[in-house]
Design a protein around this ligand. Structure first.
Ligand SMILES: [Zn+2]
Ligand SMILES: [Zn+2]
Length: 271
């Protein structure tokens, strides 16, 4: 039989990574069994957000998530946030993100990151859409802001989960699912592997975060949605279940979390 169905819940399909369009990469992914794609559109000028919506509008197996990445928080002026809100209202946009805090690179000052993160949570609540969280070296502040802003009202996903079990417990309690990327295949990622093996079956997702973070055995290469299968294999191993069962449950979780439905007026698809 063919490979089990799987959804890449976080990929970047911007034209800067796919100058000839992303269709060839998505076709390779489909051959590998990937039946759905959640395309993240973030970037200082909202060009990537528009691109993600455009791809999601012409393909019935792709949905968009738009936001202002913490790296670009400095670009989050009132006018940009207004424009983002208009984009985020698109029916093809299934969540607001990725938003959050990144105190590793500090491409934007902390205060700006926090301000734009809060604005993103408020936007998601106004639109009643879930949130996709990016958090790096800021676990306490991320959880505090989610709590203070009442993010549990909409919940969402901690993308590229790279924290530990205590963080996971608090995130799950606030209504955030945990999405595992290629990091879970890295030998050194013990805490992440612990969480991937332990987290409740109905609260886990898999993603590539392509073009970043290629999983083992492809580490160092340019990542693409087809490679989510390697991450799924590792998570299945850690949970002592078959790859097929892992794919079925994470696909189910992704569809429920993001409300993924094919538009019956479009060409038929596998979803
Ligand atoms: Zn991220
Ligand atoms: Zn990302």
């Amino acid at each position: 039989m063919s490979a089990p169905p799987i959804i890449d819940t976080h990929c970047h399909l911007d034209s800067q990574y796919h100058p000839e369009g992303c269709d060839a990469a998505l076709a390779r992914a489909k051959e590998a069994g990937v039946v759905g794609f959640v395309a993240i559109g973030v970037g200082a000028d909202l060009g990537a957000a528009r691109n993600a919506i455009a791809v999601a509008s012409r393909r019935d197996d792709t949905w968009a998530v738009v936001g202002i990445h913490p790296h670009d928080a400095i670009s989050g002026t009132e006018a940009t946030l207004d424009a983002l809100e208009r984009l985020a209202r698109s029916p093809r946009v299934v969540a607001v993100g990725e938003i959050g805090l990144d105190f590793h690179y500090m491409h934007s000052p902390k205060e700006e990151q926090e301000r734009v993160f809060r604005e993103g949570i408020r936007l998601a609540k106004r639109l009643a859409k879930p949130i996709v969280i990016h958090t790096r070296e800021a676990p306490g502040d991320t959880l505090r802001i989610l709590e203070e802003e009442g993010a549990r009202e909409v919940g969402g996903v901690i993308h590229c989960f790279s924290e530990d079990r205590p963080f996971a417990v608090r995130a799950l309690d606030m209504g955030f699912d945990l999405s595992f990327s290629g990091i879970v295949t890295f030998k050194s990622a013990r805490a992440v592997q612990d969480v991937a093996g332990w987290a409740p079956s109905d609260r886990i997702l898999v993603e590539t975060d392509s073009p970043y973070l290629a999983p083992i055995p492809l580490r160092g290469k340019i990542n693409e949605p087809a490679h989510v299968v390697h991450t799924a294999k590792r998570v299945a191993e850690l949970r002592n279940i078959s790859l097929e069962d892992l794919c079925l449950l994470t696909t189910d979780n992704a569809r429920r979390r993001f409300g993924l439905k094919s538009d019956p007026s479009r060409a038929p698809s596998t979803l």
